[in-house]
Design a protein around this ligand. Structure first.
Ligand code: AMP
Length: 424
């Protein structure tokens, strides 16, 4: 038999890790709801053109990392797995005529994304993002609100030292002249450019600025800065975003080289890093404004802004900080003196579960000693021991930590366990 393994760059989320993810998802959805975002689900794959147009053809994400699905011969359509959620959400916004709803339309999605990248630590081919999008508001207040929401997410999950990097990438009024100046800067040192960057220089010079190639670091440090060349409205917008962040007491670092990997961004761009991190590999999340995207995907011109926070990297950071969470455990396991009385044990466990208590029943027919050992291994705090006392409506409740036990009336059992379980 061949040895089967999860595909390269993917991993199984075993219960310990899945519990950590569940916690992040719960915090994400509670927060999103608190800020007025409603949940949406879009397909895991879209027409390839949604990403080619919506993300941009000269981007790593589309050029190198798009998971294209091989079309069956009878299908004319070409599809790809979603590398990020924004293009699909905006496609849905246009398709369902959400322009007619009160604006902004605030949507959130948490789910897997796919990029055919070279796998390494913290870089997977299937990874998870918590995403929010506010479509139909030109800002600047909502820009700050969204950045604050991301910061609150990191705080609530337990990462207190996340750095916010902020930039403005301009708009179609001021970016072209800047991009030309940038291209001039790189052309002057064309012989120093790595092959891929030289190739991109004529197609999309902005890409060079956030190149991951170490050979680019020196050239990028001396590159012209977009923030020195913003047009009046973009400069005003950027100043207003910063003033709103200041008003909320949110600290950030200005990063003139932050252009984000995706083409659709305009004006506000931001990323989140563990404080003191070098390079881009460690980005925990990012986002920005995309005022041209709705139109690119066939809608009326509509502004929008959103973020995608990588949950895998948050979990890695939490594990590194010793803040991993344990999977849930039962409060009690129902065991019995008579190994064969499985129906009795099931009946009692069922009644407790109906009272919303996490309780297991020993359904094997082992001796009581073995049943108790397995209850301890399951992490339960109590064993409910069913024996002769059942005739008088009682069971024995054994505290597995304290190794003490006492008879309890069946009628009182649920209330007693609930008190011991504490708040849900
Ligand atoms: P991006 O849209 O590329 O800025 O991605 C947003 C966030 O998703 C990043 O900041 C990462 O935290 C996460 N992310 C992106 N690509 C990957 C990947 N291949 N594996 C794990 N996380 C990723």
């Amino acid at each position: 038999m061949p040895t089967f393994r999860a595909p390269r760059g993917t991993r199984d989320l075993l219960p310990a890790e899945r519990a950590g993810f569940r916690r992040l998802e719960t915090i994400a959805s509670d927060l999103a709801r608190r800020y007025g975002y409603r949940e949406i689900e879009t397909p895991l794959f879209e027409q390839t053109a949604v990403f080619e147009r919506g993300v941009g053809e000269v981007t790593d994400v589309v050029e190198k990392e798009l998971f294209r699905l091989a079309p069956r011969t009878e299908e004319a359509e070409s599809w790809a797995l979603r590398p990020e959620p924004t293009a699909g959400i905006v496609r849905a916004y246009v398709q369902h005529g959400m322009q007619t709803l009160p604006q902004p339309v605030k949507l959130t999605l948490t789910g897997p994304m796919f990029r055919y990248d070279r796998p390494q630590a913290g870089r997977y081919r299937q990874f998870w993002q918590f995403d929010v999008e506010a479509i139909g508001d030109p800002g600047p207040a909502i820009d700050a609100e969204i950045i604050e929401l991301a910061q609150r997410f990191y705080r609530e999950v337990g990462l207190d030292t996340v750095e916010i990097r902020l930039n403005s990438v301009g708009d179609p009024a001021c970016r072209p002249a800047y991009v030309e100046a940038l291209a001039e800067h790189y052309r002057a040192s064309a012989q120093l450019l790595p092959a891929l960057e030289r190739d991109r220089l004529e197609r999309n010079p902005l890409r060079l600025l956030d190149s991951k190639d170490p050979a680019m670091a020196a050239l990028n440090a001396t590159a012209p800065r977009i923030t020195d060349r913003l047009c009046g409205p973009c400069a005003e917008h950027f100043a207003a975003v910063r003033a709103h962040l200041d008003a909320l007491g949110i600290g950030y670092v200005l990063d003139p080289n932050l252009v984000r990997g995706l083409d659709y961004y305009t004006r506000t761009a931001f990323e989140f890093y563990p404080t003191g991190a070098e390079g881009q590999q460690s980005a925990l999340g990012g986002g920005g404004r995309y005022d041209g995207l709705v139109e690119l995907l066939g809608g009326k011109p509509t502004p929008g802004i959103g973020f995608g926070l990588g949950l895998d990297r948050v979990l890695l950071a939490l594990e590194a900080a010793g803040k991993a969470v344990a999977p849930p455990v039962p409060i009690a396991v129902v065991v019995g003196a008579d190994p064969d009385a499985t129906a009795e044990r099931l009946r009692i466990a069922t009644a407790l579960r109906a009272e919303r208590l996490p309780v297991q029943a020993e359904v094997g027919r082992r001796k009581l000693g073995r049943q108790l050992e397995s209850a301890v291994k399951a992490g339960a705090r109590f064993a409910v021991i069913v024996g002769d006392e059942l005739e008088s409506g009682h069971v024995v409740l054994r505290d597995l930590d304290a190794a003490s036990q006492k008879p309890v009336a069946l009628a009182d059992l649920a209330a007693l366990l609930r008190r011991k379980a504490g708040p849900e």
